[in-house]
Design a protein around this ligand. Structure first.
Ligand code: ADP
Ligand code: MG
Length: 693
């Protein structure tokens, strides 16, 4: 249960004074549903109102705070004309200008003869000085209403800055003093304030430096968030391990048979990863391992070897892919590779229906199905395994922690292997997979030629088309990726269809089209025709992004490459360069290029190293956006920015190791404070794990 002290922060926004039924939902969309979410909504700028000249010295264009006497109200000739209020000090006069003003309101706000403090931007209008819609108007004895330095918050349509500021202020007023969860020595070394003062000062920046991620208040809050993240993951990890695994340590005969039949030798990294996995499986602890390797590094074979061990030990193994196309491809590959070992593989996706589905479910339930490949359909309640010992999850960044846990729940003490392609920078790996061990495939399979990547303006389209014609004549297969259109899938599709029609007119029936709105079966048919049949030039939206394997494809054209993120470009390009022939990737862009887009394309041209690309991506975009966070399963941070706080993340991880070593049940006073921290960041489930220890 959430501690009482936090109740005020977890009240709905509408419980805050001044937040009614109209503004509430808008603020909720902006920040989140609880008061605490407004506390996490930090300012991104400041307005400095400290400049307080006389009217005669007020420079047009500048924000000033003036002390004036109200002289006269000058209502507009009609509603369309502005309402003006003439004010003066000893040095001159100015007009305050209001559009669509209510007279009675203004007469109350600015009574003739009264002294007022007004703050806003002054401008010159004809020969006069004026201030249109002052940001603040206050009586002299209410000076406090005007903050000398005002925080500026990211806004949302329909909410006035003043209203947002007031709501945030009200949320901050609900924040209690909380017991300190930081290690006192570390906190002192960093010079960080306590939590509440840190929160207050993050919302009250005095200058630009206070907005920097490295400012003591912001760094502290970021650290708190990272600490909660790392602690929660560590607790999950510990609990997963406590549910001890089942030792799987067969002789490895099936594995040996499959390996002997491979047309290639395993790379050193594949062997090392295989050995790490075997060690986990044999240990008696439950395996929670991440197999991380760039696109094309050969993760599938490594997973297959582990699955064959599980089968040889008499149990079942499952492999889950994020999409139908990938599941089918894995099914084809794994069936082929497992055949020499005499192991049959079953496929289960949302498309298996009726009697065939029933048959497959029976085979899974009675254990005849030894290896099952599928999509999310493997999660469904009616899928019951006889004895699932190993679950492999591919292209993990589409699955989150909860899904890992729910797949594991399908089997008693199921070992888990998660495969993921970069780009995931190391720092992000820690935040998303801090609950797992990591095996890395660092080498590419032998014989791969580097991809020659060229960056060309769209004006060279004709040359590119001619080059594609030559490539097709040589018998090469070509991907043509159509632009990503952010606003709608519809226009995405329109662009692809148009390009398809045009290329088909030029190259004939060997041109195919695949896109995300096609029916699964149609998609498969097109992919199959591209992999082995009549289609040589495949026009595609980004559906080919992940995992698809057609080694004969050695040319890729990407239109409007400037619209894609680095991670996505890298994934796309990873579809070529898979065979023994040299490959070419052409990135077409439409000028003018923004600075970031240019940097991205240069990175693509200069390197194929997924880790480097991932780090550059993090640098260029910031962690939040790196993988299209929401569906990615990657945690999103409100206060931490991994582009700036990577060191804090490492520190938080070390901190957590020490904490759990000294106080595994979080029962000390600091442990209790840490529980509060977990609740503060809504890691309630993790707290339960701590208790059950
Ligand atoms: P990814 O890591 O991107 O999932 P895959 O497992 O799909 O990569 O492997 C990519 C391609 O490399 C496949 O065609 C696979 O058969 C091949 N491959 C895997 N391991 C090796 C190896 N050691 N030597 C040569 N080719 C390999
Ligand atoms: Mg793969």
């Amino acid at each position: 249960m959430r501690p009482q002290s936090l109740f005020p922060l977890f009240a709905p926004l509408t419980a805050l004074p001044g937040v009614g039924p109209r503004v509430g939902p808008l603020l909720e969309k902006l920040a989140g549903e609880h008061a605490v979410d407004l506390c996490w909504h930090l300012p991104t700028g400041i307005v400095d109102r400290r400049h307080a000249p006389h009217i005669a010295d007020a420079e047009p264009g500048r924000i000033v705070t003036l002390t004036v006497t109200v002289e006269r109200h000058l209502p507009g000739a009609s509603r369309r004309h502005p309402y003006r209020v003439r004010c003066a000090d000893d040095t001159g006069f100015l007009h305050l200008v209001f559009f669509h003003a209510r007279r009675d309101y203004l007469e109350k706000l600015l009574p003739v003869g009264a002294e007022r403090i007004v703050s806003g931007r002054v401008e010159r209008f004809n020969a006069e000085i004026q201030m249109v819609h002052p940001d603040h108007v206050a009586a002299p004895d209410d000076l406090d209403a005007i903050q000398a330095v005002e925080p500026v918050y990211p806004l949302t349509a329909g909410v006035m800055p003043k209203v947002l500021r007031r709501a945030i202020r009200a949320a901050l007023d609900r924040a209690p003093e909380l017991p300190e969860w930081l290690d006192p020595a570390y906190q002192a070394r960093q010079g960080w304030p306590a939590w509440k003062p840190a929160l207050e000062s993050a919302h009250a920046p005095a200058d630009e430096a206070d907005l920097a991620p490295s400012s003591p208040a912001r760094a502290r809050l970021a650290y708190d968030e990272l600490l909660a993240n790392q602690l929660a993951l560590a607790l999950v990890r510990r609990r997963q391990r406590r549910l001890s695994g089942r030792p799987i340590a067969p002789e490895g005969m099936l594995r040996a048979k499959a390996e002997a039949a491979l047309p290639f030798a395993l790379t050193g990294s594949q062997q090392t990863a295989g050995a790490e996995i075997r060690k986990d499986l044999a240990s008696g602890d439950r395996m929670m391992r991440l197999l991380q390797g760039d696109v094309g590094s050969g993760k599938t074979v490594v997973a297959l070897m582990a699955m064959l061990d599980a089968v040889e030990a008499g149990a079942q193994a499952a492999l889950m892919a994020p999409t139908e196309i990938l599941a089918r491809q894995h099914f084809a590959t794994i069936s082929r590779l497992a055949a020499p070992a005499g192991v049959e593989v079953q496929l289960l996706t949302g498309r298996e229906k009726g009697a065939s589905r029933t048959g497959i479910l029976e085979a899974i339930a009675d254990g005849r199905a030894r290896i099952v490949v599928g999509t999310h359909a493997l999660f469904q309640d009616d899928v019951v395994f006889a004895d699932l010992a190993l679950a492999v999850v591919d292209e993990q960044h589409r699955f989150g922690v909860e899904q890992r846990v729910s797949l594991a729940a399908k089997g008693q003490r199921t070992h888990i292997l998660v495969m993921t392609a970069t780009p995931i920078p190391r720092t992000l790996t820690l935040t998303a997979y801090g609950d797992m061990d990591v095996s890395l495939l660092t080498e590419k399979p032998a014989g791969r030629k580097p991809v020659d990547t060229r960056v060309l303006p769209a004006s060279r389209l004709e040359d590119v088309r001619a080059g594609v014609a030559r490539a097709l004549d040589r018998g090469t297969k070509v991907y043509w990726v159509c632009p990503l259109v952010e606003e709608s899938e519809q226009s995405d599709l329109a662009a692809a269809e148009e390009r398809h029609a045009e290329l088909k007119a030029a190259f004939g029936p060997r041109v195919g089209l695949v896109h995300g709105r096609m029916k699964g079966r149609d998609k498969d048919a097109v992919m199959a025709a591209f992999a082995g049949g009549d289609i040589d030039l495949l026009v595609a939206t980004t559906v080919i992004e992940v995992g698809v394997d057609v080694p004969a494809a050695t040319v890729m054209v990407i239109e409007h490459a400037e619209r894609f993120g680095l991670a996505q470009l890298h994934q796309l390009r990873g579809r070529i360069g898979r065979g023994s022939d040299a490959s070419t990737c052409i990135l077409l862009y439409t000028p003018p290029l923004g600075e970031t887009a240019r940097a991205r394309l240069e990175v693509m041209r200069d390197t194929e190293d997924g880790f480097r690309i991932a780090e550059e991506d993090l640098r260029l975009r910031g962690a939040g956006e790196i993988l299209g966070t929401r569906q990615s399963g990657m945690p999103t941070f409100r206060l931490a920015d991994l582009a700036h706080h990577a060191e804090l993340l490492a520190a938080a991880r070390d901190d957590v190791n020490l904490i759990l070593e000294r106080d595994p049940d979080l029962s000390s006073p600091r442990g209790a404070a840490l529980r509060t921290l977990l609740y503060l960041f809504e890691r309630d489930a993790a707290v339960r794990y701590a208790r059950s220890g």
